[in-house]
Write a protein that binds this ligand. Sequence first.
Ligand code: PMP
Length: 456
Amino acid sequence: AAAGAALTSTDNHDAFVRAQRVLPGGVSSPVRAYGSVGGDPRFLASASGPWVTDVEGRDYADLVCSWGPALLGHAHPEVVAAVQEAASRGLSFGAPTVGEVELGEEIRRRVPAAERVRLVSTGTEATMTAVRLARGVTGRSLIIKFAGCYHGHVDSLLAEAGSGVATLALPGSAGVTEASAAETLVLPYNDLAAVEEAFTERGSEIAAVITEASPANMGVVPPQPGFNEGLRRITSAHGALMIMDEVLTGFRVGPSGWWGLENRLLLDEGAQPSSDTGAVYTPDLFTFGKVVGGGMPVAALGGPAAIMDQLAPLGPVYQAGTLSGNPVAVAAGLATLRLADDAVYARVDEVSSVLSTALGEALDAEGVPHAIQRAGSLFSAFFGPAAAAAGVRDYAQAQAQEGFRYKALFHAMLDAGVNLPPSVFEAWFVSAAHDDAAVNRILEALPLGARAAAAA
Ligand code: PMP
């Protein structure tokens, strides 16, 4: 308790001033700065279940959930125990461990097309490696990505990226060479005709299409029916790979990620499963992160043995990491996935449904034109008459919204003890630990947030 008291007796503004003297912008990752909402970011001292506590001792119902990993809520006792137990056996060996095998097996059990799994430490490494692997196996150099999709800070994938790049209204990133940018074709999301056209023109040069399984870095913009299947069809026809980025959605929106959810839906609607996998469509490579590490640095890529075995040490595509498959981090991921059963996904769905409905009602009550968009348990709001009339299906529409309303809503909610993502371009994340007390805190704050949004 004494240590806790010391941790929560720092003035938040002092912490931020001090931080800015040593960390650029006072943060270690740009989305944590309140770049688009303004004000001092809250410095957090601890978290438990659905709550986070700042350095001044104020608690907030958390809808950031570490930007996704905290599916079970913060500091789940069994996950913490697994981490402590692993740490007591050594922090890092630089040698293979059985835990890595078990985590690989757990991923493959959930997503059977991930026959082989390479463990890395961040989502960025996973997508970077997937792109290199696609280039290595196809001998081609071009990559197609979609505007508004974020795949980490990989040079070739920063063009028109969502998340912090969108929040800070950056055109991309300085320091990315023209040569690298020229190897990336950026197309509008949900536009299969644009993909067809790109392949008609340059099909023999395209190594891969990378897509967020269901985008959530420009706000939540689900794929239109048939979009992901269309990408599968077009890439197959041209000998290019399809990389499905499930860093954010994987093991969060369901036990087998967005791919599992969407395929189950398609099968329920009567679509024909393909003979080899039983799924309606299957990408070549998957990337995972966030939940797969349960709050510790673990990410992964997975795919068929024939492709994955092209990675070193078996194949010519090099990838490595001193801390890859770190035993303490793997213990957190394994404990998290083992606890993430059907009841967890049902609770997360329920909380998300209650909160997204209440958000819509609160905004309606104040006459704020908006659209609430959902993808499984992920949701976000888009503001303005255009979004309200027709929804948002691509980045141009997401950017055209009345983002200033979110700024007002964010601060009113923060004042009322709710920690929202500090950007309109991010999903709201819930956890299975969001109990009635946390949900009620949010339900009580929403009308205040909506009133502020209306007045903005
Ligand atoms: N892909 C997607 C879809 C993501 O949402 C993110 C992170 N928000 C990444 C990749 C990059 O992951 P990381 O931040 O762990 O590098």
